[in-house]
Design a protein around this ligand. Structure first.
Ligand SMILES: [Zn+2]
Length: 615
């Protein structure tokens, strides 16, 4: 067939197929226009970044209520589209803020500062170092994976692993939600911690702003500088810890002190009126909930990565895009009702700690017992190459299959992953025993900045997201769809050092200068594996199999990966020359001699423990 004719035929074919695909799509051009209108309105400068306490947030709420009414949906809250409530706004630290361990105390002002969302009160508890304080299943990274924070105060580093490294695990140099202090505090709380001490990146403390929508996170949270913390934790080197985690992009969590620590926060807070906006389409008793947060960061409040620049954060992608899809799903199902009752909810206060969704699940429009599924839509406006993440499929049995069935015929490339806990409003519903999904597009450099604007939205992609949303709800509405909620497994393993079961017989040299990378050993125990392998004093261990040893914390971490009898390839430097040896690890003697924390000064404890050994 001549190329010209073949070309024409192929074009016609693809057009037909495209049209067919579009026909297969439940939505099209009309919805695209509507999505653009919603985002144009919500992300307009006049909405002032939909910050808490701004008139722009209130007019955005009115816009949602007006659209719901216009599409013919019933008010959700006893004849009202608004669920009004008051939330904390602004905070002032009072006398009585301190962090103490035995006779050393760090005071408010120079040494410590409470976070605006800190809980108020005093707690005394053991202290645990928990890395960056991040649990990120999507990155298979969990600072709490090998420690149990229940009943402890946790020390966590500001930021996220390798945040300045291109291509690094946590979205390279882009800041993810896991860096947010509030997310760290919530994660710590969910892990059972009773207090959080945030170690600032440098030796300056931020200022506590008086017009931030702080909401009590429920446990005390203090910020402290590395230099002031040195007085309490002389054996902890935070710069080394940060470097060690960053080098391997894996946790280094451990117990941080033998004495209990006392922390106290005293603070005053003001209140501001806010509201969730909700509507429903009545159906059977079964309820399917669709939600999206409509608030954002205003002029650059807490959560902005340009914190303090006072510029409108328009939040076109975060989350005018999800709110637009929420409105068009309501519009679609008003015209194409399904079996179950559908609730559509615009949440406020997501950026400041899931405030609106938390309020909603604790003051639901009606019992949540009939709720079978919750779909959350947050940041779907910047999809790339038709890719969409369907997050939360492991929150219930049958959910992944349902999501996959909905994906058949969709032009999107769908990734199914994650459990019920996440960095957005679905978490509030998951902890109430409801299966959840979160639709998430691509992360980008404009996240939580004043550059997240209308003109960067991928509207063709957004139509595909809307289409997939329609399919998901149709699948969820099928009588044969049965979802069985499943809980996330609790954290495994015991305390920091306690689960080192092996020994090499090396004695770390704690006088090692900071500039020296690796772990220098002072000597080896005679007859121990390291001795058998020919190692000796002043050798510098730089690698164990593929684990980079930057310092003692990498070494401690590495030892935990092995069991007695394992053969490990140790790379070390002797007078600067690289040597490699295989040695067979022995069983650690620590356990047999009455185990547990303190007490025995034998090399085993020293080997895996804190710099300078330990009493
Ligand atoms: Zn968001």
């Amino acid at each position: 067939m001549r190329s010209a004719a073949r070309f024409v035929l192929l074009t016609l074919l693809s057009l037909a197929l495209g049209a067919q695909a579009l026909q297969a799509m439940k939505v099209g051009e009309a919805e695209k226009e509507a999505l653009m209108d919603h985002i144009r309105y919500l992300a307009d400068d006049a909405r002032e970044g939909r910050g808490i306490g701004t008139p722009g947030l209130d007019s955005s709420a009115a816009y949602l209520a007006d659209r719901f009414r216009h599409y013919g949906l019933q008010p959700l809250f006893d004849g009202d589209y608004y669920q009004r409530f008051d939330m904390a706004w602004g905070a002032e630290a009072q006398e009585g803020c301190y962090l103490a361990m035995s006779e050393d105390t760090l005071m408010l002002g120079a040494d410590v500062l409470p976070s605006g969302f800190s809980g108020i009160g005093e707690v005394q508890a053991p202290i645990l170092f928990a890395g960056y304080g991040i649990a990120a299943p999507e990155y298979e990274y969990d600072d709490y994976g090998e420690v149990d924070a229940t009943g402890s105060i946790v020390l966590v580093l500001e930021g996220e692993p390798a945040e300045e490294v291109e291509g690094s695990l946590f979205a390279g140099t882009m800041t993810t939600d896991h860096s947010m202090l509030r997310t760290k505090a919530i994660t710590a709380k969910n892990q059972g911690a009773v207090g959080v001490v945030v170690v600032t990146r440098d030796n300056t403390l931020p200022t506590l702003s008086t017009d931030e929508p702080y909401r009590d996170v429920g446990i005390p949270v203090l910020l402290a500088t590395p230099s002031s913390l040195k007085a309490l934790f002389p054996r902890l080197d935070f710069a080394k810890l940060r470097r060690s985690i960053d080098a391997n992009e894996s946790p280094r969590s451990m117990e941080a002190g033998d004495e209990p620590v006392t922390m106290s926060v005293q603070m005053t807070r003001n209140q501001v009126p806010v509201s969730n906006v909700g509507a429903k389409i009545e159906g059977s008793d079964e309820v399917v909930i669709i939600g999206a947060h409509y608030d954002h960061l205003g002029y650059g409040q807490m959560g902005s990565t340009e914190y303090g620049i006072h510029a409108i954060h328009n939040g076109a992608d975060d989350n005018a895009s999800g709110t637009a899809v929420l409105l068009e799903l309501a519009h679609y199902f008003a015209e194409h009702p399904v079996g179950p009752t559908l609730w559509f909810v615009g949440f406020t206060g997501e950026e400041v700690g899931l405030v609106g969704s938390n309020w909603f699940v604790n003051h639901p429009a009606a019992s949540l017992d009939n709720a079978t599924f919750m779909l959350n839509i947050d940041m779907v406006g910047r999809t790339v190459d038709h890719k969409l993440t369907v997050y939360g499929v492991h929150s219930a049995k049958g959910l992944k299959e349902m999501a996959q069935a909905a994906g058949e015929g969709s032009p999107m490339t769908l990734t199914y992953t994650g459990g019920g806990y996440g960095a957005s409003d679905q978490t509030s519903f998951y902890v109430k025993g409801i299966p959840v999904l979160h639709l998430l597009g691509a992360l980008h450099e404009d996240y939580h900045t004043s550059r997240d604007d209308f003109d960067k939205i991928n509207f063709d992609g957004l139509v595909e997201v809307l289409d997939y949303g329609v399919r998901l709800i149709n699948e969820a509405a099928k009588p044969e769809t049965k979802l069985e909620y499943q809980e996330k497994a609790p954290p495994s393993g015991g305390g920091g050092r306690s689960n080192i079961t092996v020994s090499m017989g090396t004695i770390p040299d704690f006088s090692q200068p900071d500039s020296l990378r690796g772990l220098r050993i002072q000597g080896v125990r005679s007859g121990a594996p390291a001795d058998e392998a020919g190692m000796t004093g002043m050798d510098v261990i730089v690698k164990m199999d593929d684990i980079i040893i930057d310092n003692i914390y990498d070494f401690t971490y590495a030892l935990k990966q092995y069991k007695p009898g394992d053969v490990v390839k140790v790379t070390y430097l002797r007078e600067g020359t690289e040597q490699i040896t295989d040695l067979t690890l022995a069983a650690s003697t620590r356990g047999r001699r009455g185990g547990g924390g303190g007490g025995h000064p034998g090399s085993d404890k020293k080997e895996g423990g804190h710099p300078g050994g330990g009493k």
